[in-house]
Design a protein around this ligand. Structure first.
Ligand SMILES: [Zn+2]
Length: 126
């Protein structure tokens, strides 16, 4: 499961970030997951639950927000969401091929391919 290794990295990063504060408990962790990451929310939640046990994150809630795919076209200058995801059945690539909704040119993906922590709701010691 890809989600497990992703979550392991995220939890490491979260713990490192929390070291900077006098944390009593962690209430909630907000995660942004791009639609292009192919990461399942349920699998991420499951991985988080397992891996947060016996740590500062034990008992905290994971909230996942999906990020839409956005692109930038260098040909016509289009910037924004893309709907025409062209996923070829016979394609060996897991990453879908995206093209500009306006002119059909190849585009640069600007959003939707990352998985990151957006914020952490903590309770600090007085
Ligand atoms: Zn274009």
């Amino acid at each position: 499961m890809h989600e497990v290794s992703v979550m392991a990295d995220l939890i490491e990063a979260i713990k490192k970030e929390l070291e900077r504060y006098d944390v009593v408990s962690v209430k909630e962790v907000y995660l942004i997951v791009g639609k292009l990451t192919n990461l399942g929310s349920e699998q991420l939640e499951f991985a988080f639950e397992i891996m947060s046990k016996d740590s500062i994150l034990d008992g905290s809630k994971l909230t996942i927000k999906e990020e839409e795919i956005e692109v930038r076209c260098s040909q016509c200058g289009y910037e924004g969401p893309v709907n025409n995801m062209d996923i070829g059945e016979e394609s060996h690539f897991s990453v879908p091929i995206l093209s500009c909704p306006k002119c059909g040119s190849a585009v640069i993906i600007t959003a939707g391919k990352s998985c990151r922590v957006s914020s952490i709701d903590i309770e600090e010691a007085d």
